[in-house]
Design a protein around this ligand. Structure first.
Ligand SMILES: NC(=O)c1ccc[n+]([C@@H]2O[C@H](COP(=O)([O-])OP(=O)(O)OC[C@H]3O[C@@H](n4cnc5c(N)ncnc54)[C@H](O)[C@@H]3O)[C@@H](O)[C@H]2O)c1
Length: 289
């Protein structure tokens, strides 16, 4: 028995890393889960989670940068599961766009990043929205701490080589804010939040370290996908909307206080509204005393 018994979850980019952890966590709480990825390994991940959780877990091959592939994925999920309650927009690519790229290469990189990290989220939201409205569900957009204020005084965010990645994640802030407001304004109980984590041990982050990869000492300082998955479950149980949750190595991986949340954001007084969105609630990012 779990708090997601009878619910259906969707996780994009679940063949490895955080996506696998999110799918496993949803199933552990009783949800049936639909997962997708460009990597064929997603099928084995679905089989493994189904076997360990006893839930129905189906894998769909899907390149989320391809609008037609998204259409096929959504149609398949709605046909196979009948509707969705939780959609975790997790699939993304990371990388840099060096200044010495040719014009054609730079344009191709722009297209690749924005189709994968931005357009996919937009299309998935639109396609699943009717079902989420009907079932009063959740959208969780996976972002990055690069677009949140640093927890440590003097801390920095983002990297010199991650312009397309970081900018694509900034775009997601606009989605989270507008969708949280939009659903609430129309009287729909669909919650929209983001999770913008710092360094978490996944193939994506390990891939940033060329050669032998990161040392054990470096990896020991990272957060784990299991911690992030627990944060997702806590967020789903909390019921807030319009928030972007931060987490950072060296700090507890936990939901920040819910001072301004828990009601439709359109009902908030303007000063709470201002602080309640996009992680700007001071309690979230003030340096720990
Ligand atoms: N790991 C970190 O430290 C970290 C930090 C901040 C944010 N994030 C975010 O967390 C999410 C998951 O990252 P991760 O670290 O697990 O990455 P990862 O690269 O290990 O896993 C991402 C998965 O998405 C899939 N994917 C990529 N492009 C796809 C496409 N076009 N269609 C379908 N699937 C696709 C990949 O095949 C892979 O299985 C991403 O949104 C990432 O930006 C990760």
């Amino acid at each position: 028995m779990g708090f997601l018994d009878g619910k259906v979850g969707v996780v994009t980019g679940a063949a490895q890393g955080l996506g696998t952890a999110y799918a496993r966590a949803l199933a552990s709480e009783g949800a049936d889960v639909a997962i997708c990825d460009v990597k064929p390994e997603v099928s084995a991940v679905a089989d493994e989670i189904a076997a360990t959780s006893g839930r129905t877990v189906r894998a769909y091959p899907c390149d989320v940068s391809d609008a037609e592939a998204i259409r096929g994925f959504v149609d398949g999920v709605l046909r196979d599961f009948g509707g969705v309650d939780v959609v975790v927009m997790n699939a993304a690519i990371y990388g840099s766009s060096p200044l010495d790229l040719s014009r054609e290469e730079a344009l191709a990189e722009y297209q690749r990043f924005y189709d994968t990290n931005v357009k996919s989220v937009y299309l998935l939201e639109r396609a699943f929205a009717p079902s989420l409205v009907e079932r009063e569900g959740d959208i969780v957009v996976i972002s990055t701490d690069h677009v949140l204020p640093p927890l440590e005084p003097g801390g920095t965010r983002g990297g010199p080589g991650s312009d397309l990645y970081d900018s694509s994640k900034w775009v997601l802030n606009g989605y989270i804010q507008a969708w949280a407001l939009g659903f609430a304004a129309q009287g729909h109980n669909v919650r929209v939040n983001g999770i913008g984590m710092g360094a978490t041990d996944t193939p994506m982050l390990r891939g940033v370290f060329p050669g032998d990869g990161p040392s054990d000492e470096i990896v020991a300082g990272w957060m784990t996908p299991a911690q992030q998955a627990q944060l997702l479950l806590d967020l789903l149980q909390d019921g807030r909307t319009g928030d972007l949750i931060s987490s950072e190595p060296g700090h507890p991986v936990e939901l920040p206080p819910r001072s301004a949340y828990g009601q439709p954001v359109s009902n908030l007084p303007i000063e709470q509204f201002h602080h309640g969105l996009m992680g700007l609630e001071p309690a979230i990012w003030e340096p720990p005393s």
